[in-house]
Unconditional design. Structure first.
Length: 286
């Protein structure tokens, strides 16, 4: 699933391509992707323009020029956004290279055609992703359901300590809970906890202040670095310029089960935490 760094990379890339372009046509190939009345969805979007693209956690927010509406786009597990204009392909999302291309395919759920005949495809293999039009009040309600952004200025170590202090759940489960902290997924949770030296199955409320500070520091450092290198590559994940995410070369624990720890030399282990495959070093994390 694309996480905060991947979605931020997509956001920045699409903002350079589609803002201000009139939407000539919207084609819906799978009605389940649309979380509105489909006729209303098509009526509002056709002839409209996107003026800004923002993000909350893993959720993309496209502001419309008319009707005071916002289009919410969530890629979920297997969603992709692919922008095409002539021979130029700008892509980002789930790592399914066979779905990339300047044409709709069997996994294309929605297709936006702009006035210059460029296209933005929303592809989704497993159909968990969605598009939804909301007004300003509805948007505020949606955003209120997310925890704070881990890279926001107001997100400080004291806020993280406050989130942890009453929760018996494993620390990894807390990091993955989008209602508590927005944007962290499985890959980066493993990397953060490894860097902080904390076992992923420890109860959050039992962490010591120095461990909370280590998690806070690791979170900001790793997410910033992942954004700088355009996210993580698995099976040819393509970013907003069709390039591969470069953060995979900096992964220190995720996907390295049964390989030597880069710090102590012992073998990296894998277990289930919060229903997710979880990588850790039993020596360096405690």
């Amino acid at each position: 699933m694309p996480e905060l760094p991947e979605v931020e990379t997509i956001r920045a890339g699409l903002a350079n391509k589609i803002l201000g372009k009139r939407i000539k046509k919207v084609s819906v190939n799978f009605s389940g992707t649309i979380k509105n009345n489909q006729s209303q969805f098509l009526r509002i979007l056709t002839g409209n323009k996107f003026t800004t693209i923002s993000r909350k956690g893993k959720l993309l927010i496209f502001k419309l020029d008319q009707d005071e509406r916002f289009l919410l786009v969530h890629l979920k597990m297997t969603g992709q956004l692919i922008y095409c204009h002539g021979d130029s392909i700008v892509a980002g999302g789930h790592s399914l290279p066979k779905l990339l291309g300047c044409f709709p395919n069997k996994h294309t759920r929605v297709n936006f055609t702009f006035a210059d005949n460029s296209n933005l495809f929303f592809n989704d293999l497993r159909k968990f992703g969605y598009l939804k039009l909301v007004n300003e009040k509805e948007l505020a309600t949606v955003i209120a359901g997310f925890g704070p952004e881990p890279l926001a200025t107001e997100f400080q170590v004291e806020k993280l300590a406050d989130i942890f202090k009453t929760r018996q759940a494993p620390i990894k489960a807390v990091l993955l809970n989008q209602k508590l902290i927005a944007g962290i997924g499985n890959i980066y949770a493993d990397e953060i906890l490894y860097a902080a030296g904390v076992l992923p199955n420890r109860p959050a409320r039992e962490l010591k202040p120095k461990e909370i500070k280590a998690i806070f520091t690791a979170t900001r450092k790793i997410l910033k670095k992942a954004i700088k290198y355009r996210g993580t590559t698995f099976n040819d994940y393509a970013d907003d310029e069709g390039k591969m995410g470069g953060f995979s070369q900096y992964l220190r624990v995720y996907g390295r089960a049964d390989k030597k720890c880069l710090i102590c030399g012992n073998l990296i282990k894998k277990m289930k935490v919060a229903g997710r495959g979880t990588h850790f070093c039993p020596v360096c994390q405690y």
